[in-house]
Design a protein around this ligand. Structure first.
Ligand SMILES: O=C(CO)[C@@H](O)[C@H](O)[C@H](O)[C@H](O)COP(=O)(O)O
Ligand SMILES: [Zn+2]
Length: 197
């Protein structure tokens, strides 16, 4: 394949992936908006975590809750668990990198809070352990995954929401994840402010 065709194929594959994701994920995404809005309306908070590109997605999402998305509104309670280098290095150094999110969920999580757990493979052990800690804290989980959901898919309960992108390449899954996170922000704003921009 020549380079121009390779570049064009990314757009084609992304379009196909967005279309299948829309068919499969619009309904659970809508349930995710209700779950997040309900938690926030009851003085709960949102915790989010992920590794690498998913760490960037988690902090991007939380910034749009605490700051704003597209319209002015009250600040919403959220914490990204992958942003504090002192916590990440201390907990990683003292207890192991697998525990860096779990320990923060245990420290900060309260019943009624929601964990947004992001892993394209569904197999990152620190994200898996954050979900187990959330369940121990009586928190529901919204898991953003791909590749069939991996071990995270098997861990989720009926109280949780699984947004599993139907693709096997990390980059494509991440591209849909950011749409999912923006859609969640837009849904929350629609419930808070009405659905017109
Ligand atoms: O952004 C990318 C690849 O697009 C990478 O940084 C990627 O996020 C990292 O390899 C992560 O460690 C992958 O973890 P996960 O999505 O499988 O949980
Ligand atoms: Zn990436």
């Amino acid at each position: 394949m020549d380079m121009t065709s390779l570049m064009a194929s990314h757009f084609d594959d992304a379009i196909d992936t967005f279309k299948t994701s829309s068919r499969e994920l619009a309904q659970p995404l809508s349930a995710g908006v209700d779950l997040l809005f309900g938690a926030l309306a009851n003085n709960g908070k949102i915790l989010a975590c992920g590794n690498g590109g998913s760490a960037a997605d988690a902090q991007h999402f939380i910034a749009e809750l605490v700051g704003r998305f597209e319209r002015d509104r009250l600040p919403l309670a959220g914490i990204a668990l992958n942003t504090d280098t002192s916590i990440l290095t201390a907990v990683g150094n003292d207890y192991g990198f697998d525990t860096v999110f779990e320990r923060q969920v245990t420290a900060l999580g309260q019943p009624g809070d929601v964990l947004v757990a992001i892993s394209t493979s569904g197999n990152s052990s620190n994200v898996i352990r954050s979900i187990e800690a959330a369940h121990d804290r009586e928190m529901a989980v919204i898991a953003l995954t791909g590749k069939g959901g991996g071990q995270i898919g098997e861990l989720l309960t009926d109280a949780d929401i699984h947004l599993c992108v139907p693709h096997d390449r990390t980059m494509r899954i991440q591209e849909v994840h950011i749409v999912l996170l923006h859609a969640l922000c837009d849904g929350i704003d629609a419930l808070l402010l009405g659905d017109t921009l």
